[in-house]
Design a protein around this ligand. Structure first.
Ligand code: URA
Length: 447
């Protein structure tokens, strides 16, 4: 077998055997197969796809390219949640303490923000002192002690994905469902979990913009998780406007704290955020065997906010990972951006749409995200939304407030945000936030 023969076989649309895939992937990780041959292989996969068995085999090979964490010392059914990424999506920050407070351990290995979507790690690191690069021993100790831990991917976990994802990023081979599914699921299977809840975003601000592609990705990932013996369910949720009212790292921590305290999240702009949070938490609590149904899990999730246990768990997690809990308890002490600017409407009407992709991209220019992996984030920077889809507005009303240290960016950013809001004369049709629920038995429309 030579790399060229194998690439040609895939190029012609043939199905590769386990032995062939193993030889190619292990050769690539070991450095005997160069980037240019892996690039050609990835492009062949992009155009010809991969069978279900090939996708499962690829996931398994990637998973075992590094260590697979064993959390058997931690009692209970360990459940994680993964989102394919959205704008203003701080669900992980709220849901991890909720689910842990309800008695289900949550081991979470998350990513950084790149492109228009933010990353959980950057949000957490805006809390002074919060460490997301823990050793494996620390990871195990924190989950055992507080019931939740949130860290970044380490070099020991799925090294094949680290190398392949970086290559896909620069060879236009990211948007391929078998490659995305095997990349995400190999990392999730390495965390030491027993079950997994997936949030596959769909719409303008999502990785997969069409419902059909989002569903295909969700079904593929549910099949992979189930194939590995981990109960896996997925929700397809709307990303046609940002979740909640904040975009930007510390701003999202503030919204998280206020939602965990129950000050926000009911009947206000954070209502959609908390709806998604409670549904996903409810599913995690069901998979974690603390509730018989998702609805029962959602009731536990809501109760953990009301009785303060979820907020206290957030403080415990922060302390265990070196963060300064007084920053969470005294939100007003955090440094402010040098400049703020309001974005106002010109005409009256109703907010019909908010282009979340455009808001995500604009927040990067304000300093809240990265254009390149080495860029430094300004934790204070971002956008606070005053109006969301369905709200009525008068001419001159504030739609959003920009926060940044970059004065020169303010004017162009204001124009972009104003154009990202579509104001129409009649109220928009209400659309469901949670579209479908996918489990091994099939797809259901959600409520
Ligand atoms: N996120 C991942 O981890 N991998 C992909 O391929 C796409 C998104």
């Amino acid at each position: 077998m030579t790399p060229v023969e194998l690439i040609k076989k895939k190029r012609e649309g043939a199905t590769l055997s386990e032995g062939e895939l193993r030889w190619f992937i292990t050769g690539y990780v070991a450095g005997t197969i160069p980037d240019y041959q892996m690039s050609a292989f990835l492009m062949a996969c992009f155009f010809k796809g991969m069978s279900e068995v090939e996708t499962l085999t690829l996931t398994n090979l990637m998973l075992h390219s590094g260590i697979v964490i064993d959390l058997s010392e931690t009692p209970g059914t360990k459940v994680d949640k993964h989102s394919t990424g959205g704008v203003g999506d701080k669900v992980s920050l709220i849901l991890a303490p909720i689910v842990a407070a309800c008695g289900v351990p949550v081991p979470m290995i998350s990513g950084r923000g790149l492109g228009h979507t933010g990353g959980t790690l950057d949000k957490l690191e805006s809390i002074p002192g919060f460490r997301t690069s823990l050793s494996l021993a620390e990871y195990k100790a924190v989950i055992r002690k507080v019931g939740a831990v949130l860290i970044g991917q380490t070099y020991e976990i799925v090294p094949a994905d680290k190398k392949m994802y970086a290559l896909r990023d620069v060879t236009a081979t990211v948007e391929c469902i078998p490659l995305i599914a095997s990349s995400i699921m190999s990392k999730k299977m390495a965390e030491g979990i027993d079950a997994l809840v997936l949030d596959v975003k769909t719409g303008r601000g999502a990785f997969m913009q069409s419902y059909e592609r989002s569903l295909e990705l969700a079904e593929t990932m549910v099949r992979i998780g189930t194939g590995f013996g981990k109960e896996t369910v997925a929700f397809i949720t709307d990303m046609n406007q940002p979740l909640g009212t904040t975009i930007g790292n510390w701003l999202e921590v503030v919204e998280t704290v206020e939602c965990l305290k129950g000050i926000r999240g009911i009947g206000d702009g954070s209502g959609d955020l908390m709806e998604v949070t409670h549904v996903l938490s409810g599913a995690m609590l069901m998979l974690g065997k603390k509730a018989k149904t998702i609805a029962e899990g959602m009731a536990l999730s809501r109760a953990s906010i009301q009785d303060g246990t979820a907020y206290n768990k957030m403080l415990e997690i922060t302390e265990a990972q070196g963060g300064d809990t007084s920053a969470l308890e005294n939100l007003e002490r955090y440094p402010l951006s040098k400049y703020t600017m309001e974005v106002k409407t010109i005409e009256p009407g109703f907010v019909g749409e908010i282009d979340s992709l455009e808001l995500g991209l604009t927040s990067i220019t304000l300093g809240a995200g990265r254009e390149r992996i080495e860029d430094i984030i300004d934790p204070k920077a971002g956008i606070v939304l005053s109006k969301k889809v369905g709200d009525s507005v008068e001419g001159g009303d504030t739609l959003a407030v920009l926060q940044t240290d970059r004065e020169a960016i303010l004017e162009p950013a204001r124009e972009r945000i104003r154009n990202a809001y579509r104001i129409q004369s009649s109220p928009p049709r209400t659309r469901p936030l949670i579209l479908s629920y996918v489990e091994k038995g099939g797809v259901k429309t959600w409520m």
